[in-house]
Design a protein. Structure first.
Length: 356
């Protein structure tokens, strides 16, 4: 069945697959909703987007992104308000960040109307896939890939922009244990660490596999020069509560992703009157605070993970075990505050909620 919606052609699936989902056991990234949005870029222009049934892609083995990694993505989430209406959390910020990634990767910028309106129509069409239990959401994955059929090394000229969605439960079901890596490097100044490029995540697979074999959940990356200053945790930005202040690495050196959840957390903390410092933060300073009893909390933030408390950090031979999460003040308050805003249980005073 084809209909027209503001220039977006819609081809609806004949029968929904939603019955395949157990609403009481939703795992992150395991199932995908009925439809996806696709738009092609060619000859310097975006073509009319389509919403079609979720399905495999047909691509040539010579497709550019498979060889040279010209691929970027974003992560967004949709929720339902108390009346069952779908809302999306801060999609305009994700649109801006995707275009920063696109510029750095020599890819075309995605028009706001395509990104926002395409996402809105897709979420509206598949709104029944948005779970409603606490801690769940509809994860939205916009991404773009280079699709030239050419294996010479050059920036591509053809691209596909696609949005898929997936009902999601919590990314981490318990507090995470972290290994501080001082061998491998995630990003250097002048590189692509500030983008959501596929290569940033591909290069992390082997080190992450190693630390998981050691019994840890994730890596806390350090800088590529001195292996001294903390950067990100796997898929998350990182925060430390040192005494009565909160410290997070600054994003001034092109090595750290400018997280939407990170920005939300900083905004909420400062509105509450809590001092937040964005600056270089060394493991030496963290260890010194721990020895003095001033390391109160540590947590990661990200769209997928939301807010993930850290139970312990291992740095070289030192193990820094934090107090039980139940005793934490800032992390627990932030988790509830963000959830209340996302599920529209309290007023949105920041313009973060985009109503579908």
């Amino acid at each position: 069945m084809s209909v027209s919606a503001l220039g977006i052609r819609v081809n609806k699936i004949e029968k929904s697959r939603i019955s395949e989902i157990d609403p009481n056991n939703i795992q992150f990234g395991k199932h995908y909703s009925d439809h996806m949005l696709i738009a092609e870029y060619d000859n310097g222009a975006w073509k009319e987007p389509e919403i079609v049934p979720y399905d495999n892609l047909t691509l040539s083995p010579s497709t550019t992104f498979m060889h040279y990694g010209q691929a970027i993505f974003e992560g967004v989430k949709a929720y339902k308000d108390p009346n069952g209406n779908p809302v999306i959390f801060r999609p305009h910020d994700n649109h801006k960040r995707m275009n920063r990634s696109a510029v750095r990767m020599a890819m075309p910028e995605v028009p706001e109307e395509l990104f926002i309106e395409g996402m809105r129509h897709l979420v509206e069409l598949d709104k029944d896939w948005i779970p409603t239990s606490e801690g769940t959401s509809l994860y939205i994955r916009p991404f773009m890939i280079a699709t030239d059929e050419f294996i010479g090394v050059r920036p591509a000229t053809k691209f596909l922009f696609i949005i898929i969605t997936s009902p999601a439960g919590p990314y981490y079901s318990k507090p995470v244990s972290i290994f501080v890596d001082d061998t491998y490097v995630r990003a250097f100044a002048g590189g692509i660490g500030y983008t959501k490029a596929a290569g940033n995540y591909g290069m992390s697979m082997y080190p992450t596999q190693r630390v998981r074999e050691m019994g840890y959940d994730q890596i806390l990356w350090t800088d590529g020069i001195e292996h001294k200053y903390v950067q990100e945790i796997g898929t998350m930005n990182v925060f430390f509560v040192l005494g009565d202040k909160v410290v997070t690495p600054d994003i001034n050196h092109d090595t750290i992703l400018e997280g939407v959840t990170r920005d939300s957390v900083i905004t909420l903390l400062r509105e509450k009157g809590i001092t937040v410092e964005e600056r270089p933060l060394s493991m030496d300073e963290i260890e010194e605070a721990y020895k003095k009893g001033q390391l109160k909390e540590a947590f990661g933030t990200g769209t997928a993970a939301s807010i993930a408390p850290i139970s312990k950090l291992t740095y070289k031979t030192d193990v820094l075990e934090l107090p039980p999460v139940e005793q934490w003040e800032f992390c627990n308050w932030l988790k509830k505050e963000l959830s209340d805003i996302r599920y529209c249980r309290k007023p949105d005073n920041h313009g973060w909620i985009y109503r579908v």
